[in-house]
Design a protein around this ligand. Sequence first.
Ligand SMILES: *Cc1c(COP(=O)(O)O)cnc(C)c1O
Length: 400
Amino acid sequence: MTVSVRRHVAALKPDELPAYVYDLAALREHAAAVRATLPDRVELYYAAKANPETPVLTALREAVDGYEVSSGGELAHVRQAVPDAPLAFGGPGKTPVEIAAAVDAGVHRWHVESEQELHRLAAVLAERPGVAVDVLLRVNLTLGAGTLDAVTLAMGGRPTPFGLDPDRAEECARLLTGDSPLGRQLRLRGVHAHLASGLAATEQLAVAEQIVDWSAALAERLGFPLDEVNVGGGMAVDYEDPSARFDWTAFGEGLAKLLDAYPGLTLRIEPGRALTAYCGWYATEVLDVKRSHGEDFAVVRGGTHHLRTPATRGHSQPFEVLPVDAWPHPWPRPAVTTGRATLAGQLCTPKDVLARAADGADGMRAADRVLFTMAGAYAWNISHHEFLMHPRPGFHYLGG
Ligand SMILES: *Cc1c(COP(=O)(O)O)cnc(C)c1O
C-alpha cells in the first residue's frame, strides 16, 4: 500500500470501515507511465466499465485520448464526468434509444457489433440528414493456433455474442464501401477487436498483429483506406503476484514495429483493468477470528457484496495487514494461530470468501485492519451491493 493510503486507513474509525480508498496521484502516475511507452500513432482509450467512478475518470483524463463506453448509461455518465473527451461506443445489444442518444451525443467512434446494429444505426441516421458517424466493425477474429493458450477470459476466436464473424464483417464492410448509400452517413474507418483478457505483452502483440494484418487484407480486397485499428484491452493483471506488471515497454516497442509496416495507420488500445486495478484498496477490519474444524477463519466487516472480484474470478484477493495494537476489551483477543486463515465477509453464504487459506493471515487478530489490494478495477461496480442489506462502504479519494 502507498504511504498515503496506509496513513489514511490507520486514521479511520472502525465504523468508517469498510472503505474503498483510491490513490489518484498513483493512478495519474501509472497512466502517464503507460502513455509514455506508447508510440505517437497509438491512441490510449480507457474502458470505463473497469471503474467508472468520476474521480477515477477525471484523474485519467490527461493520460488518455478518450474513453470506451459500452452502454447508454456509461455514455451519459462519462460525458458528464469528462465532457470534452472523445468516446468510443461499443457493446452488444445496443437499444434503439441508446443508439439515437449516442448519435445525438456525437460519439467519436462506433464499434458496430452486428449486421442488424448497422441497419439500426443507419435508420437513426436516416432521420438526421447531414449527420455522419465514424464506424469500426468489431470482428470476432479466428486467431492462429496457440495464440491464446494461456488466457483467462476469451471473448473471441470462439462462439460468443461479441462482434461479427470475419465473413459477416466483410459483408458489413461491403455495405459501407463503394457506391453504397449507407456509406454516406456511416464512414468506415477500420476495425475493432477485443478478443481476450489477461494477455501478457507478447501474446497481446501476436493478437494485435493478426488483427491488423486481417484488417489490412480486408481493406485491400474492398478498396477502402484503412485509417484505424482498435486492438482492444485485456492487458494482464496478475492477482497472484501484486508486484508484477504488464510489460508496457515491450508492448509499446512491438506496436511501433507493427506500425512501421503500416504507414498512415492509427492504432488504438482500450485497457481497463491494467490501468486502474492498482490504484484502489478495499480497507476493512477483522471483526472475529474463529477455529472451525481445524481451520482458522477471520471474519471481516464487509465482504464480496462490496468486493466481488475474488468470487467472480475464483482467486484469493491479495491483501496487506495493518496491525492495531489496542485491544480495549476485557475478554481474550481472538487470533489466527494455525499459520493461515480464510478471510470471509459478513454474508450468510459460504461463497463470501475474499481470500482462502492465506499464509499472510498468520497471527492476524480481531481489530487488525486488512487492506485488500488491486481493488481499483471490476470491484465495487460489479458487486451485489443489496444482498443482506449491510451498510455501503465509504469512498475516499486521495491525491485528487
Ligand atoms: C472489457 C472491455 C475492455 C477492457 O478490458 P480489460 O480486460 O479491463 O482491459 C476493452 N474493450 C472491450 C470491448 C471490453 O469489453
